[in-house]
Design a binder for this molecule. Structure first.
Ligand SMILES: *[C@@H]1O[C@H](CO)[C@@H](O)[C@H](O)[C@H]1NC(C)=O
Ligand SMILES: *[C@@H]1O[C@H](CO)[C@@H](O)[C@H](O)[C@H]1NC(C)=O
Ligand SMILES: *[C@@H]1O[C@H](CO)[C@@H](O)[C@H](O)[C@H]1NC(C)=O
Length: 313
C-alpha cells in the first residue's frame, strides 16, 4: 500500500537505498566527544526542530507484526521550520495509517493502492533495493512538514508485515535512526505465539555502513538498556537507551537496525492451523525431511567485458 497526502504537505514514498548516512542535522559533525557538550550545543542550535520523543511499538501475533512509530517534534525557533521525517520500513510491509498532528490540526493520510501511483516505477525501484540490500530489503518512508514557530508536531506511522521464516528464524527489524539524540527513545516489542517461542535473541544494532555504529565492548549481545522478559508463549523486549547511551552508540542519532530473531515450536508434523473470520492460515514446516538432490549449474561469462584479470581468475 502506498500513501498519498495532499494539503500543504509533500509526502514521498520512495524506495531509497539506505540513505540514512546523509545526515541532515548539522549538529552531528560539530559535536565533541563528551555528552554534556553535545547537549549544550544542542541547546544553542535550537533553531533545528528538536525531536523530543521517538517511540516504536510492535505487537507480533502469530508471526504477524503491527508496528506504530510515533515521533514528537518541537520547533523552538521564532520562525516556521520545515522538517523531513524519514523512516526505513521493511519492503514487505504495508502502511496502514499515517497521521500528523501539527499544532491543533490533524492531517490524516489517505491510503491508496501501490499500483495506482506510477506502479511500474515503484516496482522497479523496489527490486533494486531488494537486490542491493540482499535479504534486508527496505523502503524509505519520507514526509516533510512545516512546524509553526514555537509549536509541536506529532507524527504517527503504522505499518504491518507478515514475518517470513528464513534459515529457521523469524526476524523483526526496527530501524532506529531518528537522526538526532532523543530524550525519550523507546522500542517496545511484544510477541505472542500460541505454539510457543522456541528461541529468542536480540542482535547487536546493525548498520549496513558501519559509520556511526557502536563499537562497544560487547559487540555480540543485545544493545545496552535492552530488557527481555519472556515465558513460554509471550515475550516482551524493550530497548530504551538514555541520551548518554545513544551518544555512545552514535552521536548523529543513527543507531541502526534493532533486530529480534525467534522461532516457534513445531511439535506436530502437520503444522499449525489458525482460523479467524472465515480465513485460515496453515503454518507448515516439517522437520527431518531428507535433503533433496540438487543440480548445481555454473555459468561462466567469457564475453569481452570479462577480458583480462577477470577471465584469468
Ligand atoms: C490513524 O491513526 C489516527 C491516530 O492514531 C487515528 O485517529 C485514526 O483513526 C487512524 N485511522 C485509521 C484509518 O485507522
Ligand atoms: C521486478 O520484479 C518483478 C517481479 O518479480 C519483475 O516482473 C520485474 O521485471 C522486475 N523489474 C526489474 C527492473 O527487475
Ligand atoms: C506469560 O506472560 C503473560 C504476560 O505477563 C501472561 O499473560 C501469560 O499468562 C504468561 N503465560 C504463561 C504460560 O506463563
Amino acid at each position: 500500500m502506498l500513501l498519498l497526502l495532499g494539503l500543504c504537505l509533500a509526502l514521498l514514498l520512495c524506495a531509497g537505498s539506505q540513505e540514512e548516512e546523509r545526515s541532515w542535522s548539522d549538529t552531528s559533525e560539530q559535536v565533541g566527544l563528551r555528552v554534556p557538550r553535545q547537549l549544550r550545543l544542542l541547546q544553542r542550535l535550537k533553531t533545528k526542530p528538536l525531536m523530543t520523543e521517538f517511540s516504536v511499538k510492535s505487537t507480533i501475533i502469530s508471526r504477524y507484526a503491527f508496528t506504530t512509530v510515533s515521533c514528537r517534534m518541537l520547533n523552538r525557533a521564532s520562525e516556521d521550520q520545515e522538517v523531513e521525517f524519514q523512516m526505513q520500513i521493511p519492503a514487505a510491509a504495508f502502511i496502514t495509517n499515517f497521521t500528523m498532528l501539527i499544532g491543533d490540526q490533524v492531517y490524516q493520510g489517505e491510503i491508496i493502492g501501490r499500483e495506482k501511483k506510477n506502479g511500474d516505477r515503484v516496482k522497479e525501484k523496489r527490486n533494486q533495493t531488494t537486490e542491493n540490500n540482499g535479504e534486508k530489503g527496505t523502503e524509505m518512508f519520507r514526509a516533510s512538514l512545516v512546524i509553526p514557530s514555537k509549536d509541536k508536531a506529532v507524527l504517527l506511522l503504522s505499518y504491518e508485515e507478515l514475518l517470513q521464516r528464513r534459515l529457521g528464524k523469524y526476524e523483526h527489524i526496527v530501524s532506529v535512526r531518528p537522526q538526532q539524540l532523543v530524550g525519550r527513545l523507546t522500542v517496545d516489542v511484544s510477541i505472542l505465539e500460541k505454539s510457543g517461542i522456541a528461541s529468542l535473541e536480540v542482535l547487536p544494532l546493525h548498520n549496513s555502513r558501519q559509520k556511526g555504529s557502536g563499537r562497544g565492548e560487547d559487540d555480540s549481545g543485545p544493545p545496552p538498556s535492552t530488557v527481555i522478559n519472556q515465558n513460554e508463549t509471550f515475550a516482551k523486549v524493550i530497548f530504551k537507551p538514555s541520551v548518554v547511551q545513544q551518544a555512545k552508540i552514535a552521536q548523529n542519532g543513527i543507531l541502526g537496525d534493532f533486530i529480534i530473531r525467534y522461532d516457534v515450536n513445531r511439535e506436530q508434523s502437520i503444522g499449525d492451523i489458525q482460523v479467524l473470520d472465515g480465513y485460515f492460515v496453515h503454518y507448515f514446516a516439517p522437520k527431518g525431511l531428507p535433503p533433496l538432490p540438487k543440480n548445481v549449474v555454473f555459468v561462466l561469462d567469457s564475453s569481452a567485458s570479462m577480458v583480462g584479470t577477470k577471465l584469468r581468475q
